[in-house]
Design a protein around this ligand. Structure first.
Ligand SMILES: [Zn+2]
Ligand SMILES: [Zn+2]
Length: 386
């Protein structure tokens, strides 16, 4: 009893110190002497314990008043000498969590707990033709997996992990000071509870390696760029028996040389010569598979379009297909020979101002620029009016 130090001396505060000063003083001493920071230093441990005891009393108004009046003897006669271990710890947890990062008595997640693998994302490029029909592609996925050489134990072949000598396999170390106990994650094994004397060389003791695995991706017909395929449990390997994460394949589909694409619809610009547009006729157009004959109606204009139902791309994961639109693009002949020019002039004379088929538009534009109505007198051999 008499050997007990004065609590005010322990915390190095005056007898009239207020609560904030006491708390601050205690925090300083506790930090400095915390067993976690002074492993094996029994003097520090003793200072830490005594400071905790002093703080327990001086931070409590009732205990402090008894101590001030009767000293240590007063506290023990009241059964207040040493507080309950857990109570003391919880009282101080706010102080500890700030400075030691173990969040008071909060339990940390064990490294041995099952943990689902990471989700992964990979890009996959495929040609336009491939996207039309869909199919399978094999991708190499660099993913974490349990090490085969050590069966995921991390210990060299022929050896096995043993109990961590520091924590006895619990993954937690407890510093028991009689007055209370502090539990922290074992520093030797980082909470796994295992000690690996000879680490596996393949995985350097991690128990996991990164492997390039072949994964077959089934691509549905009609996919387009930006579409995402989810492959369940084909992502990163899980730990401690937990399932792997998912693998997301983000598609990039190449453009077609022939068709322009809009979702599952296709657009085909089709050059048409002017006599065919005027007189009508049949033309052969390419389809996704094979070809088809399209009848051009007499009097077809530049920009007119023709729709072929169901000749577009398959709609992903649905029945049916998009449509194919043929866009007629009138071509004006160049490099005409003499006879062709003569025929066209005759045609023009025969047709008058209606020759262009855009009589109204033509006259509107003409009046806008106040140009002579007809510029077909005598021009250079290139046949282009200026
Ligand atoms: Zn290994
Ligand atoms: Zn340990």
């Amino acid at each position: 009893m008499s050997s007990k130090p004065d609590y005010y001396d322990v915390l190095e505060v005056s007898r009239g110190a207020d609560a904030a000063t006491i708390k601050k003083a205690y925090r300083k001493i506790a930090m400095k002497n915390h067993p976690d920071r002074n492993p094996g230093d029994s003097a520090a441990e003793e200072r830490f314990k005594t400071a905790a005891e002093a703080y327990d009393v001086l931070s409590n108004e009732e205990k402090r008043s008894i101590y001030d009046t009767y000293g240590h003897a007063g506290l023990s006669s009241q059964g207040m000498g040493a507080g309950d271990v857990n109570d003391i710890f919880s009282n101080f947890s706010d102080i500890f969590s700030d400075f030691f990062g173990f969040g008071g008595r909060q339990q940390q997640r064990s490294p041995n707990a099952p943990a689902r693998g990471d989700d992964m994302k990979m890009g996959l490029r495929c040609g336009f033709e491939f996207a039309v029909h869909g199919g399978r592609k094999t991708v190499q996925v660099p993913r974490s997996a349990s090490c085969d050489d050590c069966d995921g134990s991390g210990a060299k072949e022929g050896t096995s992990p043993t109990r961590c000598p520091n924590c006895g396999g619990s993954g937690q170390t407890r510093h028991s000071q009689g007055l209370f106990t502090i539990q922290t994650t074992c520093r030797s094994c980082r909470g796994s509870g295992q000690f690996i004397a000879e680490p596996c060389e393949t995985c350097r003791g991690q128990g996991q390696v990164t492997r390039r695995d072949d994964v077959v991706v089934t691509i549905p017909a009609g996919v387009e760029s930006g579409m995402r395929l989810r492959l369940r449990e084909e992502g990163g390997g899980g730990r401690n028996g937990a399932p792997p994460g998912d693998l997301y394949i983000v598609l990039e589909v190449e453009e077609s040389d022939i068709f322009e694409r809009n979702g599952s619809d296709l657009h085909l610009p089709l050059p048409v010569d002017f006599p065919t547009a005027a007189l009508g006729g049949d033309v052969e157009i390419p389809l996704l598979e094979g070809s088809a004959k399209v009848r051009i109606k007499p009097g077809t204009q530049h920009g007119d379009r023709h729709r072929l139902r169901g000749e577009g791309l398959p709609i992903v994961n649905q029945r049916g297909r998009g449509d194919l639109y043929v866009h007629y693009q009138l071509e004006v002949p160049t490099n005409l020979n003499k006879r062709q020019k003569k025929l066209l002039r005759e045609f023009l004379e025969e047709s008058g101002s209606e020759a262009t088929g855009h009589g109204n538009l033509f006259s509107r534009i003409s009046s806008l620029f106040e140009k002579p109505k007809s510029a077909d007198k005598e021009k250079g051999d290139d046949g282009h009016p200026d």
